[in-house]
Design a protein around this ligand. Structure first.
Ligand SMILES: [Zn+2]
Length: 194
C-alpha cells in the first residue's frame, strides 16, 4: 500500500502550533484539514485520555455554536497519537484566520466552568473518561503558545514596516507632519484649506 502524505512529514521536527495539513476537494468544493498540534511529538508526554476527550467535547460544542464558523466545520477530533486535534473546514480559510479561531477556542476551554457538554452515558461512548482541570490547564498552556506566536509575528511585521519607513519611498512621519501643519494653518487662517 502507498504511504499516505501525513506520514511523510518528519514528526521529530514539529513544534506545537497550527498547521495546514491538506487541501482536498469533495464534490468539487475545497475542504481543508488543519493540524492543531498541542504537544511536541516524541519529545514531551502526550495528553491524557481524559483531558483530550474533554477538549474534544468542549471544542466541538464551541465550534458548532459559533455563528461565523459553524456552517463550515466538517470535523473536529483528537489525533490518535494524542498530541493534538484535526480540524476540517469547508473552503480554504487562511492560516491566520484559523489561528485566531484556535486562540478563541482554547481561551473558551481554559475558562470553561460547569458540566462538560455531552458527558453522559446516552451522549458519549466513554462518558466518565473526562478530566476538566487537566483540559483547562492544557488549553491555557497552548493558548499562551499561540499568543506568543502572534506577538512574535506582530513584532516581525513592525520591524518590516519600520524598515519601510526608513527607506526613501515611504515617509509616513513626514506625511503626518504635513497634515498637522495644514490643520494649524486652517486654525490660524480659516479661508485656507479645502
Ligand atoms: Zn465523548
Amino acid at each position: 500500500m502507498e504511504k499516505i502524505k501525513s506520514f511523510t512529514v518528519d514528526h521529530t521536527k514539529l513544534l506545537p502550533g497550527v498547521y495546514l495539513s491538506r487541501e482536498d476537494a469533495a464534490g468539487g468544493q475545497p475542504v481543508t484539514t488543519y493540524d492543531i498540534r498541542l504537544t511536541r511529538p516524541n519529545f514531551e508526554p502526550v495528553m491524557g485520555t481524559g483531558e483530550i476527550h474533554t477538549i474534544e467535547h468542549i471544542g466541538a460544542t464551541y465550534l458548532r455554536n459559533r455563528a461565523d464558523v459553524k456552517d463550515r466545520v466538517i470535523y473536529w477530533g483528537p489525533m490518535g497519537c494524542r498530541t493534538g486535534f484535526y480540524l476540517i473546514l469547508a473552503g480554504a480559510p487562511a492560516l491566520p484566520e484559523v489561528e485566531r479561531l484556535m486562540r478563541d477556542l482554547f481561551a473558551f476551554t481554559a475558562a470553561f466552568e460547569g458540566a462538560i457538554p455531552g458527558a453522559t452515558p446516552v451522549e458519549c461512548g466513554n462518558y466518565s473518561d473526562m478530566d476538566l482541570p487537566a483540559a483547562k490547564a492544557r488549553a491555557a498552556k497552548y493558548g499562551a503558545i499561540l499568543e506568543a506566536e502572534k506577538a512574535a509575528e506582530k513584532e516581525a511585521l513592525n520591524k518590516e514596516v519600520g524598515q519601510l519607513s526608513n527607506s526613501n519611498e515611504y515617509h509616513p512621519i513626514q506625511d503626518d507632519l504635513k497634515e498637522e501643519q495644514q490643520i494649524e494653518e486652517m486654525k490660524i487662517n480659516p479661508q485656507v484649506g479645502p
